[in-house]
Design a protein around this ligand. Structure first.
Ligand code: ARG
Length: 264
């Protein structure tokens, strides 16, 4: 099944503020390298047969490349993002406008949430992160708007400040995750719900290996996540390694750059 993704070319990408432990404004980042690596990610999706739509980048919003944070789209309904930090606040309305202009039913959020950064959608349930960015009350707001049950999970390690840095859906029913990113109670919930999950090591999590995108058959994943790639292959997935080291300097990987547009 081909997917539809929304992406934003990192034309204005910089690391000029620090809102997560990966970001070092002193060290900065190389924008040209970031653009080249991002083009590689976009090409990988297109080679897999997926459709990629683009939103225009806005000057002064260096993190806008991380499209996953722009909204949550399920069944053609768009739940808008409301960012935790003022540096990114203007991205929420920009993404929502794109969806409104493209004919989607949109809802402005009243509560802080960072879109697909903290909401990951499976067939029958949405997994939602809280602890660093998304307000747990926004989980309920999303559930009411989208009509899918939302399971709240608590993140405890600041390196894994969004759910999508610690967990990704392999398909509509199963996931891969790094247990150490979650509270004890949330680890128990994940064990109960996903007894066959792929468990990632601390090493693979530390290169943002869990920030991957699976279409159920092929998994686009940071090239450094070696053991996780082996395990995915062992389970029958095609593995597409991508190099996104420059964007990791802002705390992002393949999934962060990718907002899935789920139609009706
Ligand atoms: N610098 C961005 C931030 O801290 C990175 C966002 C990464 N996106 C994601 N979906 N995890 O907000």
């Amino acid at each position: 099944m081909p997917k539809h993704y929304l992406m934003c070319r990192p034309e204005h990408f910089t690391v000029e503020y620090a809102i997560n432990p990966w970001m070092d404004p002193e060290a900065g980042a190389d924008r040209d390298v970031a653009v080249r690596q991002w083009e590689g990610l976009k090409a990988a999706y297109e080679e897999l047969g997926h459709e990629v739509s683009l939103i225009d980048p806005i000057e002064g919003l260096p993190d806008m490349v991380f499209a996953a944070n722009g909204a949550l789209v399920v069944g053609g309904r768009v739940y808008g993002a409301r960012f935790a930090f003022p540096e990114r606040a203007a991205e929420g309305p920009a993404y929502l406008r794109w969806f409104a202009e493209n004919g989607y039913a949109t809802k402005e959020a009243t509560l802080t949430n960072e879109g697909e950064g903290d909401f990951l959608t499976l067939d029958e349930v949405i997994l939602a992160g809280t602890g660093f960015r998304t307000d747990v009350a926004a989980h309920m707001e999303a559930q009411e708007f989208l009509g899918l049950p939302v399971i709240s999970l608590k993140l405890v390690d600041p390196r894994f400040y969004h759910l999508d840095t610690a967990l990704f859906p392999l398909d509509g029913r199963n996931i891969a995750y790094y247990p150490g990113a979650f509270s004890k109670g949330s680890q128990e919930v994940l064990r109960r719900m996903f007894p066959d999950a792929v468990l990632a090591s601390a090493e693979d999590a530390a290169v943002l290996g869990l920030n991957a995108v699976s279409d159920g058959r092929s998994v686009v994943i940071n090239s450094e996540a070696a053991d996780l790639q082996l395990e995915l292959k062992r389970r029958g997935y095609e593995v597409i390694p991508v190099e996104l080291s420059e964007l990791r300097k802002a705390g992002g990987g393949p999934k962060c750059c990718t907002l899935e547009i789920r139609g009706e």
